[in-house]
Design a protein around this ligand. Sequence first.
Ligand code: NCD
Length: 352
Amino acid sequence: MQQYKGWEEFHNKPVEEKLPLFRQGGNIFDVIYAQQFKRTELEELFQIADRIRAISKTRTGTRFLSSLLDDKRAMLFFVQPSTRTFLSFQNACHLLGMKTSEIRDASTSSEVKGESPEDMIRTFSSYVDLIIIRHFNEGFAERAAWTLNVHASRAISVINGGSGKDQHPTQALLDIYTLERSFRDIGGLNGKKIAMVGDLKRGRTVRSLCQLLSLYEGVEFFFVAPEEFAMRGDILDALKARGNKFTLTDNFKEIMPQVDAIYSTRLQDEYDEKRESSAINYSQFIFKEEYLDLLGKNAVILHPFPRRNEIEVGVDKDPRALYWKQARNGMWLRMALILKLFGREHEVHNFA
Ligand code: NCD
């Protein structure tokens, strides 16, 4: 296999030092880490997503949206299981008029013939204008973006659609968009209390979401997890550095009445090294229908899904249960992000 020199060295740098490679002309070009986003950029994405949502309500609007990127093509390289992220990205592309290609199983690509990841990514870039990647390997999306920025003549954007146990920046974008919309009329995100519940050690969605929430003043975190799967130190250090308060606990019921949002997650047992998940009693991290009475009237419940038994189905009909809206928000927000990456976002603001 041909070696491309330099990625290991780049990969081992602190994240902050790597971020400039993922920007072009002052704008985000590759979406690899949640830490890339400034608060103003989040607010801009929320506005674009709101506009897209409104425009899509009419047939004229839908036709207009599908003309915005009809000259562009995207590649969905999703070699780790995905339902929502895949479908919402695919539909986001289609609603913007983009054509898509996909690989969903590594065994059907030339990787099995001994092709290097770099050659494979450069091959994708010969055919498309955007590559969206979900991979079990934490550094894969970063490596793809590095390859195209450093070695390829055709630098095209890469979006991380979930990188192993590390990050899921676009899930965090749709999660914070959902939270922002529900708190818009009640003082916004500043100062809100957020409970994150479940396997926080290996849950990439919560890890990315913490990074985004810490851009808002005084957001306070309650990390509710079994001791074995507690939030990792890198995130706690980042929150400390930014002055966000947090509490680590395994007493879910006790914090329910205090919080503005519950973000529930499942056990990430696909990352088990020796069946360690099977030793965990997850029952105390389940949100039951009877707990709805404990929640504040403006509090909300989110879950990135898939759900196993973390939230009883009886909870779904409560207006504070936002997870179905959250999944749909993913499509609007991803459309906003893709438009922004191609610099075409002003067109939705000009649509009469
Ligand atoms: C999450 C993921 O893949 O990290 N799902 C998603 O993208 N909506 C959460 C999970 O699998 O538990």
